[in-house]
Design a protein around this ligand. Structure first.
Ligand code: NAD
Length: 320
């Protein structure tokens, strides 16, 4: 089997490859060639950790495997990031394990790529201003991927603790984009595209905050109980997600669904937009993409990075 260590991935994987890979796998899901398996996510009762598996099978490539990992809230004190994961790939013909790949950086890149795919297909015409809600580990990856997907001229941002916004100011400077910290009402009124990437358990962006044509990529909610958007905002939007079952189960749309404000039938997959089966934004004032994070994204980027690692002599071959 091949091992691709976490520390090699930054030099191998690019936002471009992540974008193309994630866009392709969303299309494969929509064509019925690839499917995600039900997510397992358990509170361990140890170190306050949440641990789980996201797996799937893409028959077209073929790619089979799972990502194992989760969230260890006390890791920062140990000098490592709280999200920890590893992707395992298997030979679809024999079931033999074929690769183990560090999953931490790949998770950030595939999550950012998903939001970027939604921006490519759903952002309003003439998009100029990117609004960011959240300034944690994922947020800089999100901004970098978004900047490739839309012709943004400015970034505005809000975080619950404004002192964290330096990360986004630095990233915007690196991208050559003007940056401004703003309150949520200004962010909602001025941003053409908004990315929310927080670990909030209560709505942050309220219905009244959003005026005018907007696309929102809601990326933070990946667990039951988390929430970033007012359900009234969700109820008036044209809705898209990566995987409908995950969206109503653990994603942002779980809350509006539970309150009967929306039904599963109101939600389209981004894969259907990628393949041209769904027209996308159309004349909608507001679109929301609920990026819940699917196992097939992880498998697709891991599979791509194994090939890159082999080509660059960075993959370790071991007998198992
Ligand atoms: P982080 O711990 O580095 O940052 C957390 C962010 O959330 C910070 O900006 C913090 O200020 C903000 N926040 C926390 N509680 C809040 C609250 N009550 N109200 C408003 N803001 C609050 O986390 P991260 O690694 O950047 O991840 C952010 C979120 O994205 C997490 O919920 C994580 O589980 C989720 N995530 C989703 C996917 C996906 O595929 N959808 C993938 C990776 C991470």
């Amino acid at each position: 089997m091949w091992i691709v260590p976490e520390h090699e991935i930054a030099d191998l994987m690019t936002p471009e490859v992540a974008f193309d890979t994630v866009e392709a796998v969303f299309g494969a899901m929509a064509r019925g060639e690839a499917r995600n398996f039900p997510v397992v996510r358990e509170a361990l009762g140890h170190e306050d950790a949440l641990y789980g598996f996201k797996g799937g099978f893409d028959a077209a490539t073929p790619t089979l495997g799972l990502k194992a990992g989760g969230y260890w809230p006390h890791n920062h004190a140990r000098g490592i990031i709280n999200h920890q994961s590893t992707v395992f790939l298997f030979d679809a013909d024999t079931g033999r394990v074929s690769a183990a790949v560090g999953g931490n950086l790949l998770t950030a890149m595939r999550t950012a790529a998903a939001a970027a795919v939604s921006i490519k297909y759903l952002a309003p015409d003439g998009t100029r201003v990117l609004g960011m809600i959240g300034a944690g580990h994922q947020s800089a990856f999100q901004m970098r991927a978004a900047a490739r997907a839309g012709a943004f001229e400015k970034v505005i941002a809000w975080n619950r603790t404004p002192e964290m916004l330096g990360r986004l100011a630095d990233t915007a400077a690196d991208l050559g984009l003007p940056f401004e910290a703003v309150e949520l009402d200004r962010l909602g009124a001025e941003a053409d595209v908004i990315i929310s990437i927080t670990s909030s358990f209560a709505p942050i962006l309220m219905n009244a905050h959003i005026t005018g044509q907007t696309h929102i990529a809601a990326m933070g909610t990946d667990t039951r109980g988390k929430q970033e958007l007012d359900t009234a905002l969700v109820a008036r939007a044209r809705l898209f997600t990566d995987e409908i079952a995950q969206s109503v189960g653990i994603g942002e749309f779980q809350h509006a669904t539970a309150r009967d404000l929306i039904a599963e039938a109101d939600i389209a997959t981004i894969g259907d937009v990628v393949t041209g089966t769904h027209p996308g934004r159309g004349n909608a004032e507001l679109t929301i993409f609920d990026g819940t994070g699917v196992g097939l994204q992880d498998l697709a980027v891991a599979s791509a990075v194994v090939e890159l690692a082999k080509a660059h002599g960075k993959a370790i071959d071991i007998e198992i």
